[in-house]
Design a protein around this ligand. Sequence first.
Ligand code: ADP
Ligand code: MG
Length: 623
Amino acid sequence: MSTETETRPFEAEVAQVLRLVTHSLYSHKEIFLRELVSNASDACDKLRFEAIGKPELLGDDGELHIEVEFDKDAKTVTVRDNGIGMSRDEVVANLGSIASSGTRRFLESLSGEQQADARLIGQFGVGFYSAFVVADKVTVLTRRASAEPKDGVRWESDGQGEYSLRAEDIAVRGTSVILHLKGDDTEFLDNWKLRDLIRKYSDHVAFPIRMKKQKDGKPTDEWETVNDASALWAKPKSEISDDDYKKFYKSLGHDFNDPLAWTHNRVEGAQRFTTLLYIPAQPPFDLLMGARDERRGVKLYIKRVFIMDAAEELLPNYLRFVRGVVDADDLPLNVSREILQHNRQIDRIKASCVKRVLDLIEKLAKDEPEKFKTFRKAFGSTLKEGIVEDPSNRERIAKLLRFASTKGEGAEQNVSLDDYIARMQPGQDAIWYVTADSYKAAAGSPQLEAFKAKGIEVLLMFDRVDEWILGQFTEYEGKPLKSAAKGELPLDEADKKKQEEVAKEAEPLVKKLKDLLGDGVSDVRVSARLTDSPSCLALSDYDLAPHLARLLREAGQDVPDSKPTLEINPAHELVKRVESESDEAKAKDLAMLLLEQAEITAGAALPDPAAFVQRMNRLLGGS
Ligand code: ADP
Ligand code: MG
């Protein structure tokens, strides 16, 4: 290899990340240390894992550790590890180009609607670049485990768009990241400051983080361990304080908020494993960004050795907000992802994780209403997906769901299915709901009128996932779930009789409307659903909800056209006007308006909005 220095540009998106990071992290500079220590710890984890099959990789330097050092005169802070190191190709791939989709996601989150907090940088897999928040030059010296000293690499950059690469003799394995601090960032050239930051952000990194002992304000040659350096989850619960749990979560999740709750369990018996699982207080950014690929967040260890990020294998998709650690005693250390995906022990561990998380959420629901509310806001609709994804836990998940309701407090989603059942009217045998694309649209559905008149509660559903879930969720505690906009209504004998009479009387009117609307409808009939509104759409059990049909069409999907069935309220003034109107053109305008307002309240797209407005204006006397 040549010893020439080669200069390369950063890939465009990296340059963009660098610019953004230096600006938006300005008030949280100290994050850099957490990110560099986290990378050093990952590097030690990787080496320990590779050394399982190749113990010679460790050589006579078997005690993996991290060193943090500063030099007041040179104005540098150095983070060094004796982990896996990088080859030249790896340096190029990891520190100069877009190593993962995280880069793009990070950029989107900073510029998009959900203003990411730049402090979450580590969640996106671009933590290394936080070095440039405090440094105007960063030097990386690295040598891959198993490589010769001459195959060391020096990488250097001022973070302005280019970096340089050069071969360099490096005596030991691992990586040193040397930060040449900017003029005004000398606060980090301080023994106590650095120790404080390590204990604050990296106390539970499982490798020792060492700093030099100081004497008379000068470093001595003696190193001492600054952090706790133990695998927190492996300690007995009685030895772990809440504060320890919180700190561990923060370094694990690259989060600066406390977690909402956690559950820590050791399972003994035929199969032995430990789980420490957290529910964050706010959605992690991969959740907000809808990132479903390369799901991270739960780390698999086997006998304290980090094996891989295995969120996919250890948790179902609907619990993808959970963060944590699983440590299994009985899996072979050389386990691969393929093996994990078809492994009965893993299946059992996964089932146990699900149980623990559901237990934890149940506990919040029961004992900690404020926390449960936070949970619902952040993850309620994610959890809901479990109804479809995890039929074996359907009842448990359903019990944890909360909805808005005609007897609830406005848009607040806090009515459980059990609350609903407890309030059911005598003789009521179904759980009624309406779906729409917003709370207001749901609460304003004309289909609710008859239910209100009879005092029957209706759940108001307006989450994106609701329609999909209700397709499979048809019963709870032996009670069918029914849409108030579809099928039969809960009428008693007297109601039915009255309804028949009204319908009979309205026959000529119905005929007139059918003639006026012609091809625009598949049927017109007298409604039992309405008391105040003149009209609404009625759906058959198999119809797609109109708002959903519109959403799907907007998303470019092929949705078959189906003609609506119009239901009318013959007692309403507007409907009476159609009946008495002898001018054919005016009667047709009125009839069309009955149909169009029914479509609008159902969230359907109007086929011809301009014609609707003209009609409206004619009737208002405009032209
Ligand atoms: P992440 O750690 O989430 O992957 P970073 O931006 O922090 O993202 O680091 C990018 C990559 O650079 C890492 O995935 C790793 O491959 C490499 N890297 C960074 N620091 C080190 C180190 N100390 N030792 C070995 N590799 C490292
Ligand atoms: Mg990192």
